[in-house]
Design a protein around this ligand. Structure first.
Ligand code: GTP
Ligand code: MG
Length: 340
């Protein structure tokens, strides 16, 4: 196991609201040629340059939206005004905003999804720069030789947008509060979420990178505990399950010290997964039965494991305290991720 990528251990921020304003177009110019011996030259006012646009680009270099906490306003450059001697104003520079792959962009006002940047290297224009105005040269016609009119540059688009990032974890840990989810991610990854002997210690998702046997490693996410009725808003609700939707595997953690009916606990959590989304209920799952170091649970433990095995469920008895069973669990996770 190697530890790296420290910011994965930080509290994860997955939404951000920002304001973007594209550059205005430059104004067209009104100008006339001044030449020696030519009392009145023709019109030579150039066009204004287009304003810069706001472009959002997806990159694998970023994993969070944390940067958007500090910078919330993005502006592109205005186009230059046109000049005499038919000189065009130069185009305003675009502003490129990098976001992690997987970011979705919504218009805050309408709630409409503007883009889903699910692949690296995609670019979308989120606010278009204003068009440069025409200079007076463009208004010449056979009947209109001395135009004094020009066009003003267009206004750059502006909007409030919301960025949303579903965590791109390969594996998600779900279970009741206090079963030891954070203890597991602490033990196997570089992340260090708080562990404590009460419910809802974890209140926002935490990502960790795991290096076990396979060089590729995998990303695991620890989310706040679920309770019965989470899909109706009980406890912290089921909002955090959105972070599990794109994972490939669920580690369903059950604590045999929690109740005398661990199988009911197991069913309740599965029911919450199904209530959130049918696909989540069907997602590949490994059951980790935690706290097997507690001597008082030995009997109940065997019964529970027996019941699950009879139903064809893969069970891994573990202890996040002593480390027992953890390697077997990790082997199984890598097998499912990379050999399945
Ligand atoms: N005996 C024993 N205690 C454990 C084990 N794993 C975790 N605990 C304890 O169980 C308690 C809860 O652990 P957490 O890791 O915070 O549980 P959680 O599932 O993340 O809890 P929430 O964040 O509240 O949902 C802590 O007091 C841990 O020390 C284990 O394998 N054996
Ligand atoms: Mg926790």
């Amino acid at each position: 196991m190697r530890k790296e990528g420290f910011f994965y251990g930080m509290k994860f921020i997955d939404t951000a609201e920002i304001f973007v304003k594209a550059g205005n177009g430059g104004n067209g110019c009104v100008s006339f040629r001044r030449e020696k011996y030519v009392p009145k030259g023709g019109p030579d006012g150039g066009d204004g340059g287009n304003g810069g646009s706001i472009i959002v680009r997806s990159t694998t270099r970023l994993s969070t939206l944390v940067d958007f906490r500090y910078v919330r306003h993005y502006r592109a450059k205005n186009g230059e005004h046109g000049k005499g001697k038919n000189k065009y104003g130069s185009t305003g520079e675009d502003a490129v905003i990098d976001v992690p792959v997987g970011t979705q962009i919504y218009d805050t006002g309408t709630g409409e999804m503007l883009s889903d940047l699910s692949e690296a290297g995609r670019r979308i224009v989120i606010a278009k720069g204003g068009k440069g105005g025409k200079g007076n040269t463009r208004f010449v016609s056979s009947t209109h030789q001395v135009p004094f009119e020009s066009e003003a540059g267009g206004t750059g688009e502006q909007r409030h947008i919301r960025l949303e990032l579903k965590l791109l974890a390969d594996v998600g840990i779900v279970g009741f509060p206090n079963v030891g989810k954070s203890s597991l991610i602490r033990r196997i990854s570089n992340a260090h979420p708080k562990v404590a002997d009460y419910s809802f210690t974890t209140i926002s998702p935490v990502l960790g990178i795991v290096r076990h046997r396979d060089d590729r490693g995998f990303v695991i996410v620890d989310i706040p505990g679920l309770i019965e009725g989470a899909h109706t808003g009980k406890g912290l609700g089921d909002q955090f399950l959105k972070h599990i939707e794109r994972t490939r595997l669920i580690v369903h953690m059950v604590d045999v010290t929690r109740s005398h009916r661990p199988y009911d606990d197991y069913e309740i959590i599965n029911n919450e997964l199904r209530s959130y989304a049918t696909a989540l209920g069907k997602k590949d799952q490994v059951v980790a039965v935690n706290k097997i170091d507690v001597p008082a649970v030995k009997d109940g433990l065997q019964g529970f494991i027996g019941t699950l095995k009879k139903k064809g469920v893969d069970v891994y008895p573990i202890s996040c305290m002593t480390g027992e069973g953890i390697n077997a669990l990790l082997d199984e996770i890598e097998k499912r991720l990379y050999k399945g």
